[in-house]
Design a protein around this ligand. Sequence first.
Ligand code: ADP
Length: 396
Amino acid sequence: MAKIMAVNAGSSSIKFQLLEMPAETVITSGVMERIGLAEGIFTIKYDGKKEETHPVLPTHAEGVQLLLETLISKGIVKDLNEISGVGHRVVQGGEYFKDSCLVDDTVIQKIQDLADLAPLHNPAHIIGIKAFQKALPNVPQVVVFDTVFHQTMAEEAYMYATPYEWYEKYGIRKYGAHGTSHKYVSQRAAELIGKPLEETNTIVCHLGNGASISAVKGGKCIDTSMGLTPLEGIPMGTRSGSLDPTVVSYICEKEGKTAQEVVNILNKKSGYLGMSGRSNDARDVTQGMIEGDHRCKLTFDVQAKRIVDYIAAYYVYMGSCDVIAFTAGMGENLKHLRLNIANRLGALGVKIDEKLNDTFSDERIISTPDSKIKLYIIPTNEEVMIARDTVRVAKI
Ligand code: ADP
């Protein structure tokens, strides 16, 4: 048995999960937030307990140090040598990274070089990697990229019809996101229907605050809704999803804004938040819909319609589909959104079982036995994928 730490470092936070491999059991998990502010928040779950403290965490290095000390002081591990590997989530790996890999100076430099495509994420990941390197110098560190799963897309799927030099000079193309989640869910879908992965076609709907759809044919991603950045695709919590780019220049002119300012609005003030005028949180928008607010209902209808546009296109592109899987905060919890989507898929022979859709439990089928495509809720598990890759790549 080996203990693997799966890490997701953000600009002011570190999410972690320590897993026992290959059993894939979670030993402890938690998050350090508000790093760099006057008072941090450190939440840790272990042995059925959840504890929260408010330490001062000037940088990620102090956060990692405190986490490791806590593992010892709470008896979660007896010795830090029990940790055999650390796996780090990295949002953007560009075209350079085709698989997870061990961290060295060249890898860190390359992640930095790709920061133009993920300015909020990649630099934060590097800070997290360096903090763990310093604290655990003899433990292999592995990076697991969100973009790798989408690297199997064909040229025709990832290219934009923009001047070809933009691709050559600046790497303008679709990279996708949430790849680790799409990979986990599509593999799990094949297991659940008892079909070999190579013969299973799945459409994964990752519907969280950030949301993306992917077409996974025989275990390989052949298309995905997010693009150069996570702004493309379906409407999300605060993102508009795809639109006519002329909207940007039009609003610049009307409101005297720069293109960057308008893109910022499309990223941070659109989607659920912008349309409903209430909140980016689907629970608040649901409440508005129940109260009869037209814009709240419209928010869900616009998103459901756009999700179905992708599902229909991906169905045709794959040639057939065994499973449509729902995952992430909204995919797992919003029964009215799943129903809204499923009710638009009658042409594909999709039939949702409303009782199963309403029942609260985790992983489950929610379609009727005669539905031509099975509908599943599959809670995502990115940490287990990071731990699996860490074991594989570091040969633990
Ligand atoms: P991300 O990881 O992209 O930040 P999540 O996967 O956590 O997002 O999803 C967040 C979304 O899921 C929010 O819109 C939230 O309202 C919704 N959500 C989470 N839990 C529930 C729930 N129990 N009921 C309804 N919606 C939920």
